[in-house]
Write a protein of this length. Structure first.
Lengths: 252, 205
């Protein structure tokens, strides 16, 4: 990954606009020259070697988080009164660009290391046994909010489609061109939920209609919305933010 | 040092090395941390981007989560050395509140004596023990912010995830204040600076 130039100032923007600002500065991202000159022995021409070390450390941190992760440890659950209202919208685009998915033509495509690869229609998913949780959603930006999500326990769904649970990754593709991937232990965690409802309503478009993967053991951006395809793989599928430098594992 | 030497050793090599590694790690942690703070400020201000490291949130997080290893491992090395060798006990104890207040009062009136650099005065002892405690608190609150589910028991002591964010911020503020005073004192007593490289000071005869 190359880091070039100075990042645009974020000073004048409110928190809600941060994600869109961050998007605009993708190509401008890099080490601030001011900060670099503080580091004796590192100059701007060293950026690529510095970045190599940082990327290697991020991979190391993936492995450490995998070790720290306890598959049996549950994220704390909260009472209804603790729910954050209104729940913040967040995506790599603004709320005016939220994708609408047509429920009548919607199909969840299944591929990779699974036995049953037939696509799923929404009514079939609604008919599966549902469970709900009130948990804290933590954004990589630092803020957090408590919400209520309901849906199909993901490990049950993986059982249903005959997924190879010894595989390393589950990858997701989304209607808004977002994509991400998770490790199998997190996919099998009891609180990892193929979410179809937010609060007690069908998942609204801004929170990922028709389906998002809710994982209270991962940062918010690891929870994909508008999922249209999932696949089981032994090859790291990466992710939209992950491929730009955010830590892949990003566990909580 | 042989008796009668004009130089006296005050900082063991292990202390000098861990001091400078710590200074470097703290610089990285603080300036990358400011960038992370800017992504979702707890208060109504942001740190100027030019004072921060990482260029954007992902870059700042990479620096922060790389330098945390340096900070933690170096800190463990320092504390292990300090405890096993008796360095901490010799240099930091006894630590009496009355003596600390007395020496801080003297320092504020510009009357604190620095004739013997081999012994820390009570204000120094309090400051150095205090900054060790602050860095420990930063590491622990940082662990809660990093892994609030896995370190939930630790988080329960800090008001969970959101509480730990405030503790992390205020501990950072206290650390930056320490560094400010620390550097100011070095400027006022400049012969302490070379000793943190060479380990020795010229003794007054």
């Amino acid at each position: 990954m190359k880091r070039k130039g100075m990042a645009a100032s974020l000073d004048d923007f409110s928190r809600r606009e941060i994600s869109s600002v961050e998007r605009r500065i993708f190509l401008k991202r890099g080490l601030s020259v001011g900060a670099l000159t503080l580091l004796s022995g590192c100059d701007v021409t060293n950026q690529q070697s510095v970045q190599k070390v940082l990327t290697a450390m991020s991979r190391w941190n993936d492995r450490v988080q995998d070790l720290i992760f306890d598959p049996a440890r549950l994220a704390p659950e909260f009472p209804e009164s603790a729910i954050t209202r209104p729940f913040p919208f967040n995506a790599y685009y603004g709320i005016d660009q939220v994708r609408t998915v047509d429920p009548s033509t919607y199909r969840l495509e299944i591929s990779g290391l699974v036995r049953e690869k037939r696509p799923w229609m929404l009514p079939e998913l609604y008919e599966l046994p549902q469970t709900s949780q009130i948990t804290r959603h933590i954004c990589v930006e630092g803020w957090s909010a408590i919400g209520k999500w309901s849906g199909v326990r993901f490990s049950d769904f993986l059982d249903r489609i005959g997924a190879d649970k010894t595989a390393r990754y589950v990858g997701f593709k989304c209607a808004d061109d977002y994509y991400t991937s998770i490790d199998m232990p997190t996919a099998l965690h009891p609180q990892t939920l193929l979410t179809l409802r937010f609060g007690d309503q069908i998942l609204p478009p801004e929170y990922g209609f028709p389906m998002k993967l809710r994982m209270p053991t991962k940062l918010g951006f690891k929870n994909p919305k508008h999922i249209t395809a999932l696949f089981v793989s032994n090859t790291d599928p990466g992710g939209y933010w992950e491929d730009q430098g955010y830590n892949w594992y990003s566990g909580s | 040092m042989s008796p009668g030497s004009r130089y006296q050793k005050i900082h063991p090599l292990a202390v000098r090395i861990t001091h400078w590694v710590n200074a470097f790690a703290i610089l990285i942690m603080v300036v990358s941390g400011w960038r992370i703070y800017n992504a979702s400020p707890l208060f109504g201000f942001r740190f100027p981007d030019d004072w921060t490291l990482g260029g954007w949130l992902a870059g700042a997080l990479q620096w922060h989560f790389a330098a945390m290893w340096l900070l933690a491992l170096n800190g463990i090395a320092y504390l292990t050395y300090g405890i096993v060798s008796g360095h901490l006990r010799r240099k930091m104890l006894p630590l009496r509140p009355s003596a600390v207040l007395h020496d801080i009062g003297n320092a504020l009136r510009g009357r604190l004596a620095h004739d013997d650099l081999t012994v820390y005065n009570a204000a120094q002892r309090a400051a150095y023990v205090g900054v060790i405690a602050i860095i420990t608190l930063l590491v622990l609150s940082g662990l809660v912010i990093w892994k609030p589910v896995q370190f939930h028991a630790l988080g329960a002591l800090m008001g969970d995830y959101e509480g730990a964010r405030y503790i992390h911020f205020f501990a950072m503020s206290a650390l930056v204040f320490f560094v400010f005073v620390h550097v100011l004192m070095v400027a006022l007593v400049p012969r302490t600076l070379p000793s943190m490289f060479t380990g020795r000071v010229r003794t007054k005869t």
